[in-house]
Design a protein around this ligand. Structure first.
Ligand SMILES: Nc1nc2c(c(=O)[nH]1)N[C@H]1C(S)=C(S)[C@@H](COP(=O)(O)OP(=O)(O)OC[C@H]3O[C@@H](n4cnc5c(N)ncnc54)[C@H](O)[C@@H]3O)O[C@H]1N2
Ligand code: MOO
Length: 401
């Protein structure tokens, strides 16, 4: 359902130009084209001697005419049969030459060179031909590409100091709960009070998914306060609420949203953690635009797991990225885990750094409020409902984060 709505969003309306150093995590709004052929000349990939491959038969001695380095162009005329030009990695291949013999495989004989016995040379060996990576004008990055180090390197390869990207969607983050206190407020906590951690975690998660997260004031557990905050939040591109979505007397989020005419696409999932998660949209009304919202469970691990499963794909699409679901990989359980028929479980776990056949280990936890366990984890092990245990070595899905 989330992906269906994400597909209906269309491209973000606003674009801006940012310097390469500020482009990480942004989404390209206009295709980036090769500014010239890549490579721009036939490029040597080895230190050695540029020659005509045919003249490099075993035993032949070639006359060395001179040298060409990266950043230079050979101006000593065509390389003919029986001739060679000393060449460095990254230098343009002199005209006439069609291959480079590695320095390790030739012997210097007086003014000339000779191939090491038995070493032939194929046409274009150790050469990357002009334009073979990309032709001038060719689209090397399409709109919708998320910018990482590889994309920044490619943009710079094409001479770009700036990129045109979509504006980050503005996401209102609303924590709800009478027990919550802002960190840094200078106030000491009563024992029964809780720091608002979700507001901060959500802002970081939003940033990582291409949005700008703004923390609104905490909504207290009254209809008036939650309503006021939601009316404020609906002016943003997307609203994420945390807490107040389960069965308690003071879980008012759905009631407030319903009172404002919200359409609910779902109001629960068969997941642990995450059961009471809500996805919907407030309609256009009284001059206010329509606004999608997610109501995430307040338990901090539930908040984060449901963010990765539902909000992240939606927000990435809102930011102009391709529409795709969360990222799962397969890994073998290191230890057996008892089965459970309740809900599909997403348990904090650590994915090993094994080079072959990744393995995963559950992190001990005290349930969906355990932020310390969540931080010891680097992924969530996905365990479908089942009576029998999951055996050590069994391959399961893992949700990456
Ligand atoms: N009778 C039932 N009770 C509960 C059910 C149920 O089905 N029947 N579902 C449980 C599940 S599962 C979850 S998850 C929680 C979710 O409850 P809410 O979304 O209503 O969240 P709250 O009750 O407001 O808070 C839960 C928990 O999380 C702490 N919290 C909330 N917000 C924050 C925040 N911003 N930063 C840090 N911690 C936060 C809050 O203090 C509570 O401890 O409901 C179960 N109950
Ligand atoms: O589903 Mo709740 O998220 O178990 O804690």
């Amino acid at each position: 359902m989330v992906l269906e709505h994400a597909r209906g969003l269309g491209a973000p309306p606003l674009i801006e130009v940012v310097a390469l150093k500020d482009a990480v995590g942004r989404v390209i709004a206009e295709p980036v084209r090769a500014d010239r052929d890549q490579p721009p000349f036939d490029r040597s990939t080895r230190d050695g001697f540029a020659v005509r491959s045919g003249s490099f038969a075993s035993g032949a001695t070639l006359r060395v005419m001179g040298e060409v380095r990266a950043g230079e162009r050979w101006s000593g005329g065509r390389v003919g049969e029986g001739e060679a030009v000393k060449i460095m990695t990254g230098a343009p291949l002199p005209t006439g030459a069609d291959a480079v013999a590695m320095v390790e495989f030739v012997e210097v004989v007086g003014e000339g060179i000779r191939t090491v016995a038995g070493r032939g040379l194929a046409r274009f060996e150790n050469v990357v031909l002009r334009g073979s990576e990309a032709r001038a004008g060719y689209v090397v990055m399409a709109a919708g590409t998320v910018v990482g180090a590889a994309e920044i390197g490619l943009a710079a390869t094409c001479g770009r100091a700036e990129l045109t990207v979509y504006r980050r969607p503005m996401v209102a983050v609303i924590a709800t709960g009478d027990e919550l206190v802002e960190v840094g407020s200078g106030r000491a906590l009563e024992e029964e009070e809780i720091w608002n951690s979700n507001g901060h975690a959500l802002r970081a998660l939003v940033h990582g998914s291409g949005g700008f997260g703004g923390k609104l004031a905490i909504a207290r557990d009254t209809l008036e306060d939650v309503t006021e905050r939601v009316l404020q939040g609906r002016a943003w591109d997307l609203m994420i609420l945390s807490g107040g979505v389960s069965m308690g007397e003071y879980d008012l989020v759905e009631e407030v949203l319903a009172g404002l005419g919200a359409e609910f696409f779902f109001t629960g999932v068969k997941m642990q953690p995450g059961k009471p998660v809500v996805f919907g949209r407030l309609p256009e009304r009284d001059g206010a635009k329509a606004c999608y919202f997610f109501g995430l469970p307040g338990n901090p691990v539930s908040t984060q797991v449901t963010f990765h499963c539902f909000v992240e794909p939606f927000l990435k699409a809102m930011a102009g990225g391709v529409v795709e679901g969360p990222l799962f990989v397969q890994a073998a359980l290191r230890e057996a885990v008892p089965g459970s028929t309740g809900r599909m479980r997403f348990l904090p776990a650590r994915l090993g750094r094994d080079r072959v056949g990744p393995s995963v280990t559950l992190v001990g936890w005290q349930g969906s409020g355990d932020m310390a366990a969540n931080a010891r984890a680097n992924c969530y092990a996905v365990l479908p409902q089942r009576e029998g245990e999951f055996a050590a070595g069994e391959v399961i899905s893992v949700l990456l984060r």
